[in-house]
Write a protein that binds this ligand. Structure first.
Ligand SMILES: [Zn+2]
Length: 107
């Protein structure tokens, strides 16, 4: 049977954590990266070395890379959502690894 009645406690905890994250929080896939640029305005601080920092997120979708700039007001939010996505992947991987190791079990 494929139900989860016989799984060990540590795996049960992973499922529980996954459920909790997925049901209560938002998440987003992608890699975050910063770029520092000048804006072109003559008297801007960026001409004196204090460059503007932008945060981007990029991901591969249908074998194509796509990217988006993130408004500064959402930097924290998107960073947290992205960390959460990675956490979900990590937990899924742990579940899958467990199943992999037990493929040949009799029951
Ligand atoms: Zn500037």
């Amino acid at each position: 049977m494929e139900n989860r009645s016989h799984i060990p406690t540590h795996l049960r905890k992973i499922y529980s954590k996954l459920r909790q994250i997925i049901s209560q929080k938002r998440f987003i896939k992608g890699s975050l990266y910063y770029l520092r640029n000048t804006c072109g305005k003559k008297n801007c601080k960026c001409t004196k070395g204090e460059k503007h920092e932008s945060l981007y997120i990029q991901q591969v979708k249908k074998n194509k890379a796509r990217k988006s700039i993130i408004p500064k007001s959402k930097w924290d939010e998107i960073r947290q959502m992205n960390n959460r996505y990675k956490e979900i992947l990590k937990l899924l991987e742990q579940v899958s690894d467990y199943e992999w190791e037990h493929i040949k079990d009799k029951k």
